[in-house]
Ligand binder design. Structure first.
Ligand code: ASP
Length: 594
């Protein structure tokens, strides 16, 4: 084991990875980790790594014998400090940003040793995610995570700058609070002082930000941690960061304008040029044209209703509901096997039938010709606008959710899957979209009743108010979503600001007067003391950062993320706690129920 040196009074003026040809002939002091070592006898090369990247160090036995001798002791991930002279390389390394130079070391200080890491600190790691998260501090040394964390910082800073310029105050709201209904389970924190009582960690600061508007603060934002105990789907984290924002006296366009400025500038720091205003689309139009409430507009393949052209075969095919079709460019060449896979996928999504038409320069061919007149097949081709090389994919499905076009929703999923498979999604396009006109309620398949599509503070379109009790499914909200490239970045709304209407909504949700008082009394009271019209939005910043960084997983842009099972392999949280701690909290843990 190497003996260690002290850092002494050495000071560092730049990062190793920042050295360029312009630094040639300068004396520099560098500090960092041994990334790689090549020992050629009289010369030892070390790639030194720090937050700025890598630079090559040269230890020359003739030029600096003492430093060279010490360099023989270096191993991967040792921590060192060096002084030396920057020199132009005879053979530049185009792979490295600092590759035009190297540093001829005159003095080396070994500041710390390191055990051999469980995986090599390289761009490509083949360690499992579990191992990477267990040793996250080593994983974080990899340059792409370093870049993602840096990008995250820059985006957050730019958001703060933008909102400050627009007159917003950043205001913190409590973490130990009571539950806000955002549709997920709460994380609860038992109170020691108040026997048998619990705080909830915020699912969002929704009620607090509305109270800030009642409190006259006019424009609020916060980059805030929120907690939702959900069964984790692929791309969720139990704790996540939102840009939460609220403003008084806003029109919908005013909220959009603020967020557009925020996003344009956030994209700019990621080197992405986008233009405001963003497109807007009504929810029903999105379902009709794309079969989804967060359409990816980077490619076409729009849906077309072709129900009428299937009429002749309606009985034979046991059709129910609509038939929705789209043309998939290039897929006319699909093999039998690929078509079968597509049909299986459609069945898996709940389709009753999947029908295809191959369009080639010789014309259209389809198994449908046995069931439909040639003219009907031609009509389907015309309706979808298919041209030679396209495969028309038509879906039929029976209604699953009242009022929802099941065929459109399934076709929408197939559209996404096929575009991905056919490589039709341009990677460098950035399509922002506002969605509006959402229904206030959505049907809960599990509970078999109408539940609020968003949280219960969402405003209601005045023209639909009279149907609130009589035809709730027809009522549209003042909610909106922001979508980027088919991912929902966040949602918000113009809020309810009248106590009467708010109480009516709670009632509709099945809360009796007593429950309303008990759970939301403080909020309903506040609404009676001169509440300004207000509205806002919350954007998921982990997702924003992941998209702008080109990452698929949120875990790649969070320093210390959790796994799919909401665990942290680094600290081993969650853990059991000792009896004494539980006793103080008046809690007894029951053995797991069979
Ligand atoms: N509180 C909502 C959410 O977290 C957003 C909003 O309505 O502002 O999703």
């Amino acid at each position: 084991m190497a003996t260690l040196d002290l850092l002494g009074n050495w000071k560092r003026a730049q990062y190793a990875g920042d050295l360029r040809a312009a630094h040639a002939d300068q004396e520099v002091t560098l500090m960092g980790w041994v990334h790689r070592r090549r020992d050629l006898g009289n010369i030892i090369f070390i790639d030194l790594r720090d937050r700025g990247g890598l630079v090559q160090l040269v230890f020359n036995k003739e030029f600096a014998p003492a430093a060279h001798a010490r360099a023989e002791e270096l191993r991967s991930e040792y921590v060192i400090a060096v002084q030396g002279r920057v020199s132009r390389r005879q053979k530049p390394n185009p792979e490295l940003p600092s590759g035009e130079v190297e540093v001829l070391v005159s003095e080396l200080r070994i500041l710390n040793t390191a055990k051999t890491p469980p995986f090599v600190i390289e761009e490509e790691v083949n360690a499992s995610e579990e191992t990477r998260l267990h040793y996250r501090y080593l994983d974080l040394r990899r340059s792409h995570l370093q870049q993602n964390i840096a990008l995250r910082h820059k985006i957050f800073l730019e958001i703060r700058r933008t909102l400050n310029e627009l007159g917003f105050y950043e205001i913190e709201t409590p973490m130990l609070t009571r539950s806000t209904p955002e549709g997920a389970r709460d994380y609860l924190v038992p109170s020691r002082v108040h026997h048998g009582q619990f705080y909830a960690l915020p699912q969002s600061p929704q009620m607090f930000k509305q109270l800030l508007m009642i409190g006259g603060l006019d424009r609020y934002f916060q980059l805030v941690r929120c907690f939702r105990d959900e069964d984790l789907r692929a791309d969720r984290q139990p704790e996540f960061t939102q840009l939460d924002l609220e403003m008084s006296f806003p029109t919908q366009d005013a909220v959009f304008g603020v967020i557009e400025q925020v996003m344009v500038r956030a994209c700019a720091v990621a080197g992405i040029d986008v233009k405001a205003p963003f497109r807007q689309m009504d929810y029903r139009e999105a379902i009709r044209r794309y079969g989804i409430d967060k359409p990816d507009l980077r490619f076409g393949m729009e849906l077309h209703e072709v129900t009428e052209h299937f009429r002749a075969a309606g009985e034979k095919l046991h059709l129910q509901g609509s038939v929705q079709a789209f043309a998939a460019p290039g897929a006319a060449a699909f093999s039998r096997k690929q078509l079968d896979e597509l049909a299986d996928q459609a069945k898996g999504l709940g389709a009753r039938g999947l029908y295809t038409v191959k369009v080639t320069s010789e014309g259209a061919t389809s198994q449908l010709e046995k069931l439909l007149a040639a003219a009907s097949v031609q009509n389907i081709v015309a309706a979808t606008g298919a041209t030679a090389g396209d495969l028309i994919v038509a879906v039929s499905a029976a209604e699953q959710i009242p009022g929802a076009d099941a065929a459109a929703l399934i076709a929408g999923q197939l559209r996404l899957a096929l575009a991905d498979r056919l490589n039709l999604v341009p990677k460098n396009r950035w399509e922002f979209l506002w969605l509006t006109g959402f229904p206030l309620f959505e049907w809960s398949l599990s509970e078999k009743r109408w539940v609020p599509a968003q949280h219960p503070f969402t405003g209601i379109r005045e023209e639909d108010l009279h149907k609130l009790e009589s035809a709730p499914q027809e009522v549209r909200s003042k909610g909106y979503d922001l979508v980027l490239n088919g991912s929902e970045l966040g949602s918000g709304s113009i809020r309810i600001h009248s106590q009467e209407l708010q109480a009516r909504v709670f009632e509709l949700l099945g809360l009796n007067a007593e429950q309303r008082r008990q759970r939301f009394g403080f909020f309903l009271d506040a609404l009676t003391y001169g509440t300004p019209p207000h509205g806002g939005i919350a954007l998921g910043l982990d997702r924003v950062t992941a998209l702008l960084a080109g990452e698929k997983s949120l875990r790649e842009v969070i320093a210390f993320p959790k796994t799919q099972t909401a665990a942290d392999p680094l600290t081993d949280a969650p853990t059991e706690v000792g009896e004494a701690q539980l006793r103080e909290l008046h809690i007894r843990v029951r053995p797991p129920q069979p």
